[in-house]
Design a protein around this ligand. Structure first.
Ligand SMILES: NC(=O)c1ccc[n+]([C@@H]2O[C@H](COP(=O)([O-])OP(=O)(O)OC[C@H]3O[C@@H](n4cnc5c(N)ncnc54)[C@H](O)[C@@H]3O)[C@@H](O)[C@H]2O)c1
Length: 416
């Protein structure tokens, strides 16, 4: 809304909260899955990837499901970043099988695989039939999401992200119908994440929380709740976003440096879940829009790309989100008492920089191997992600996205 843009974003008074029907959080809670699945049917498909398919954890999960007399099939070939041909291959393999429940066991790629496989098993067709918002025509076979990274938050979201080789980019399928029936968040499953994966997935969580908390505030029209999956700044998710930022601020660096720290892992699992809830209802913005072409070009993990971009995006948006940046500064432990809003907001930007620096992400697009000649194309392709561009707190056009991309290339961290 232009008035929101002109005056900076207002606090939200409108909210939408679409969630999994069951959310279970805590150490050992993966053992709750067998009972949840048994209530939904007799036949379970587990979508996972080759690494996790070979793990003891997968075997334990299968054994616990079988102990409830469920028939279990494992598809263990999910590929990272979810190329669409792999999804189609999985569904082909399942032809003629009755599947009642689909479990996504792994990082975002496996959970999104479970969502898209469930859509195709229920409604047929190809992944591309469902790109965009509200294209899934009705309920799908129930999905149980069991994350092993902290994380994408996919366990709680209404979106699945796929890589479409025909289009050369990532595409989203966004529909409330694909929100998992159950999200089971057991931090013990993340203990094996190596430091670079903890950093990339933790950065993803951080960007979900910050971008959703600083998203555009829309006019709450009579139709808004049903015409968008991602509604912008949201009174029902703002406090979760701040709680998630607080948890992440106290524990991401520890989880990164000390992978066996159980308290830090628990905090991060919860922060990731909150990140998923807030992104799925409020929605993310420019850092995600720009990461799509950057990821396609550099094959950078999603979290690394969005994390690298965040400091440049919040600087670009600065004048519209000063009060929110001040709240972020506070949530990240900065002393802001007595400061002007502008000074507290600057402390917020510095605190964001520090989180990203602590986990040693690359600092510029140049560090990712982007060439100066690629910048124009990155800016142009970013504008294709209209839902993300429209969710940014200040309006974005080619010129403004180009200025963010140029700053991220050159490492220009000026606050204007
Ligand atoms: N649906 C959503 O809401 C949403 C949100 C953000 C990102 N995504 C998507 O999620 C995908 C990225 O997911 P991700 O970052 O979780 O990574 P991932 O699922 O692609 O996994 C990356 C690698 O980490 C390994 N791994 C996973 N868990 C591990 C563990 N506990 N120990 C050791 N290794 C482990 C995997 O085997 C894989 O090799 C991208 O496709 C991204 O676009 C989806």
């Amino acid at each position: 809304m232009s008035c929101a843009h002109a005056a900076g974003i207002r606090p939200a008074t409108f909210g939408v909260l679409r969630l999994p029907r069951n959310i279970v959080v805590g150490a050992q809670q993966r053992f709750a899955i067998a009972d949840i699945a048994a209530e939904l049917g007799d036949s379970v498909l587990i979508c996972t990837d080759p690494r996790l398919a070979a793990s003891d954890e997968l075997q334990t999960l299968v054994t616990s499901l079988e102990s409830r007399k469920l028939s279990v099939r494992v598809y263990g070939e999910t590929q990272a970043e979810l190329p669409t041909p792999g999804i189609v291959a999985c569904v082909e393999e399942l032809k003629g099988q009755d599947i009642d429940v689909v479990i996504g066991f792994g990082g975002g790629s496996c959970m999104d695989m479970a969502k898209v496989v469930s859509v195709l098993l229920t409604h047929g067709g190809q992944p591309s039939d469902y790109y965009g918002e509200f294209a899934v025509p009705g309920p799908v076979k129930p999905v149980i999401a069991l994350p092993t990274t902290a994380g994408t938050g996919s366990e709680a979201t209404a979106i699945a992200v796929v890589s479409d080789p025909a289009l050369g980019m990532k595409m989203g399928i966004s529909s409330p119908h694909i929100i998992p029936f159950a999200a089971v968040c057991d931090p013990e499953l993340t203990y094996t994440c190596p430091a670079p994966l903890t950093a990339a997935t933790g950065a993803d969580t951080f960007v979900h929380l910050v971008e959703s908390f600083t998203a555009i505030t829309r006019e709450p029209t009579r139709t808004l709740a049903n015409e968008r999956v991602f509604v912008g700044k949201n009174v029902l998710t703002d406090s979760l976003a701040l709680d998630g930022i607080r948890l992440l601020g106290r524990s991401l660096a520890t989880a990164y440096k000390d992978p066996g720290n159980t308290e830090a892992r628990a905090d991060m699992m919860l922060a990731a879940l909150y990140g998923g809830i807030v992104l799925s209802n409020a929605g993310t913005a420019a850092a995600h829009a720009i990461q799509y072409p950057v990821g396609a070009l550099t094959h950078t993990p999603h979290g690394v790309g969005v994390g690298l971009l965040l400091p440049y995006v919040v600087r670009h948006n600065f004048s519209a989100i000063e009060p929110q940046l001040a709240q972020i500064a506070d949530a990240l432990g900065r002393e802001i008492k007595g400061l002007s809003v502008r000074s507290a907001a600057i402390a917020g930007v510095e605190a964001i920089d520090e989180v990203i620096a602590t986990i040693e992400l690359p600092a510029t697009l140049q560090d990712l191997g982007v060439q100066e000649g690629d910048l124009g194309q990155i800016a142009r392709l970013s504008l294709n992600s209209k839902r993300l561009i429209d969710n940014n707190p200040v309006p974005l056009d080619l010129e403004s996205v180009t200025s963010i991309v140029n700053a991220a290339y050159a490492g220009d961290r000026t606050i204007r």
